[in-house]
Ligand binder design. Structure first.
Ligand SMILES: CC[C@@H](C(=O)O)C(=O)SCCNC(=O)CCNC(=O)[C@H](O)C(C)(C)COP(=O)(O)OP(=O)(O)OC[C@H]1O[C@@H](n2cnc3c(N)ncnc32)[C@H](O)[C@@H]1OP(=O)(O)O
Ligand SMILES: [Co+2]
Length: 133
């Protein structure tokens, strides 16, 4: 695993949260993206060598909407950058972690992603992310 690629934050009101993070960080998001497969809108802010990803759920059954319903707004996941996502998935599986997808899937910002269940990782949802070259 390399650096923390991004921290995902679940928000209720996307435009208000984007304004708040603009005031907080002093930079505009470099990208906003609709990811239909996850039922979310996302925006990305650069912070030093990492990023903040704001996530708004678009349907009641999206992971973000369910998270906010149960736990309220806040940190939703931590994403680690990897060079070889298949190798890291195999390694984590062999270490006893529960993977939420058997194959990498297309995420936001030109990445392949895989999620690790929070119940197998001290209550923290982990995302592996590999750049698509
Ligand atoms: C935009 C693309 C991508 C990127 O490129 O960056 C993203 O970041 S997408 C982000 C949104 N997508 C996902 O989160 C996909 C992976 N998540 C899941 O598959 C599910 O959310 C889940 C983690 C398996 C939970 O789903 P489910 O079991 O259906 O939900 P429940 O509401 O019933 O929760 C069960 C249990 O788990 C706790 N929980 C849920 N989410 C989290 C979380 N993010 N962090 C910590 N814990 C979480 C939830 O509170 C429940 O706990 P208990 O009440 O104690 O049972
Ligand atoms: Co993410």
């Amino acid at each position: 695993m390399k650096n923390v690629e991004h921290i995902g934050i679940a928000v209720k009101n996307f435009s208000e949260a984007n304004g708040l993070y603009f005031r907080l960080l002093g930079v505009e998001p470099y990208k906003t993206e609709h990811v239909a497969s996850e039922g979310v809108n996302t925006s990305f802010f650069r912070v030093g060598s990492t990023k903040i990803e704001l996530l708004e759920g678009l349907t009641p059954d999206s992971a973000i909407s369910k998270f906010i319903e149960k736990r309220g707004e806040g940190i939703h996941h931590i994403a680690f950058e990897v060079d070889d996502i298949l190798a890291e998935m195999a390694r984590l599986k062999s270490e006893g972690f529960t993977l939420l997808n058997e194959q990498p899937k297309k995420g936001a910002d030109n990445k392949l992603v895989c999620f690790v269940h929070p119940k197998s990782a001290t209550g923290v949802l982990i995302e592996l992310t590999q750049e698509i070259k």
